[in-house]
Design a protein. Structure first.
Length: 119
């Protein structure tokens, strides 16, 4: 199999990033769905929300009610994230959003490290 011309000539990661810009995610909704599902699924495995749900289910002896409640909570927070993200995408350029997200994650990391060092 021969690689497309723009891949044959690329030798650094900057060129690979440019290749990804050619993919219009609006034309690939299943790709967006799959990426989102895997990302959220992996992020939620073993986190405090899942552990809390496990404990509530064990204590309440009403696993289906706990399931429905947790589904509604995740659905609501996801909807809020989508709505805010859509609004931000209309108001701010992608570079600004990326920088802001990076700064926020860096600040959260520093606060968590501070908590560990203080305790």
């Amino acid at each position: 199999m021969n690689a497309p011309e723009h891949i044959k000539s690329s030798s650094d990661t900057t060129d690979l990033v440019e290749i990804n810009k050619d993919v219009d995610l609006r034309e690939k909704p299943i790709l967006v769905f799959g990426t989102t599902f895997v990302t959220v699924f992996l992020a939620e495995i073993g986190d405090k929300t899942q552990l809390s749900t496990l404990l509530m289910s064990a204590q309440s002896h009403k696993p289906w009610m706990v399931f429905y409640g947790s589904v509604m909570a995740l659905l609501t927070t996801s909807l809020l994230g989508v709505l805010v993200g859509t609004w931000m995408a209309k108001k701010l350029p992608p570079e600004t959003i990326n920088i802001a997200a990076g700064v926020i994650l860096l600040l959260i990391s520093l606060m968590l490290i501070g908590d560990v060092l203080i305790d």
